[in-house]
Write a protein that binds this ligand. Sequence first.
Ligand SMILES: Cc1cc2nc3c(=O)[nH]c(=O)nc-3n(C[C@H](O)[C@H](O)[C@H](O)COP(=O)(O)OP(=O)(O)OC[C@H]3O[C@@H](n4cnc5c(N)ncnc54)[C@H](O)[C@@H]3O)c2cc1C
Length: 562
Amino acid sequence: MLNKKRVLENDGYAMKRIETEVIVIGGGATGAGVLRDLSMRGIKAVLVEKDDIASGTTGRNHGLLHSGARYAVNDMESALECISENRILKRIASNCIEDTGGLFITLPHYDHTYHEKLKNSCRLAGISCDEISVKEALKIEPNLNSAIVSALHVPDGAIDPFRLAIANISDAEERGAGSFTYTRITSVIRENGAVKGVECFDEKTGNAFEIYANIVINASGIWSQHICGLAGVELKMTASKGAVVVIDYRINNKVVNACRIPANGDIIVPNDTVSLIGTTAKNIDYSAIDDPRADDDEIEELLAGGKEMLPIITRARVLRVYAGVRPLIAASGPEAGDGRKISRGIVLLDHEKRDGVSGFITITGGKLMTYRLMAEMAADLACKKLNVNKKCSTHKTPLPGSEKKKYTKYPAKLFSGIANSVVGSTFNRHGSRIARILKRDKRNYRLICECEMVTEGEIEYAIKNFDVRDLEDLKRRTRIGMGPCQGELCAYRSAGLFVQYKGIPPEEANKLLIDFIEERWKGMKPIFWGDAMREAEFIYWIYQGLFGMGKVDSHRGGDNSR
Ligand SMILES: Cc1cc2nc3c(=O)[nH]c(=O)nc-3n(C[C@H](O)[C@H](O)[C@H](O)COP(=O)(O)OP(=O)(O)OC[C@H]3O[C@@H](n4cnc5c(N)ncnc54)[C@H](O)[C@@H]3O)c2cc1C
């Protein structure tokens, strides 16, 4: 593995230049998947991410493990990709997935012919799509609108994008790959027309360095237009924003979809302890992709759509909202203006063939669902160019933690003295690696986040093993602060553990804490009403009234992520 410390110390610029075989730009699911695929084929690779892993669109979607049914009527290619990857991911990423199943429900005012169309299209795509009675649907999903007239059951599920991306990176690193987070690509190095490497800037230390490689793979999602621009090639993306509303507890067991042509607010995905209502499609200016925000009209539309399917939402507390931007290639012709109509298809660009620029590949488009397939396609092309004759095996080899099938019994006797629910939650997040985290030690078992049942042992493990720099990074790796209280109590406890396990001074931990609260605040601000307002007042009272946090300077402005 690369010695990052030596690279970044940069004293006398001794290690200013790194050499490898392939550079991967972007630490979303796609880039993480590419890094893993390459390292499994024995190719030396380094990933560079300007923020944290899964902080782009990968961490801003609603985590639906599509069965393909949503696309079956209008986009057969996407539907086929989805069902094939759905089956693979359930095998190789079981601890990132909850195999909930999904329902397509028809309400009285929907176009009832869509139900048959969906059934037929699913049959053509090989997606199981079973008619169940209204009574049965209401039995398995009691919060459904009782006015539904029909229901179909499909193999949808829920996928945790943070866990997925981090598992891919960890696996790649264990095989010798390197990754740099908070490191921005500032320029693509070209010599005689060919791409030779990248210039990087470490946002945390202020150091610059260069990486040289035979091939650079651009897996930067919606930022692909910008990265292509740095390499001197033209690529036009359509910035289609989608917003998601988080409900404060899990109101559905299965993914609930409206059985009609895809529209805004027609999916509700159960996600660990909460439920997510998605999504919208609103074109924004490309210059706004770094800080997408959910607008009031989107929030209203999502809540209205959600309430129609699950009326219990009327009584639930809205926890927060966030938005992401789909990595869609701009379509020419009549579909250019509507993000929802542009195919979610995968786009692999060999810039040697397309633009006469060798050593440069772009992989974009697609979905979270298809990240592995996209990685396989990009790695196949890279192998061809490097004359490496190794086949992809990511479809067969489970990710770390997913070696055993989910819900295989964890060895409960190993964890005596700790509640089953805590062991279950930890097992959910770390799968077969649980024994590395929950060791027989009372301190290790202490609960830090009651909403998500995160123990001190899990936080210690994450800080020491997963390149965690702040509380936001810790949230993405453990789910602290993602549950119903939004970090009210776990945030200051976790900041304290940073002092203990990362060895930072207490003043630094205070700053991490204020950044985290600021960040959570931004996702809550747009929904300040009713119980959400009361909860926010309570958080304010603790952190400002009791701790006087307003007097501490913060590190950064934060954003409005999940
Ligand atoms: C609201 C919404 C809901 C969605 N729901 C679903 C769903 O339920 N299921 C599904 O399958 N798909 C869903 N999608 C689509 C899915 O989220 C994306 O297709 C997928 O996450 C894209 O992953 P990626 O790795 O290609 O891009 P990203 O996750 O965006 O990763 C690109 C990375 O590149 C980094 N980067 C950019 N510029 C630089 C630079 N200069 N230097 C270094 N790094 C850089 C970025 O910081 C970013 O982390 C949804 C999308 C949206 C917007």
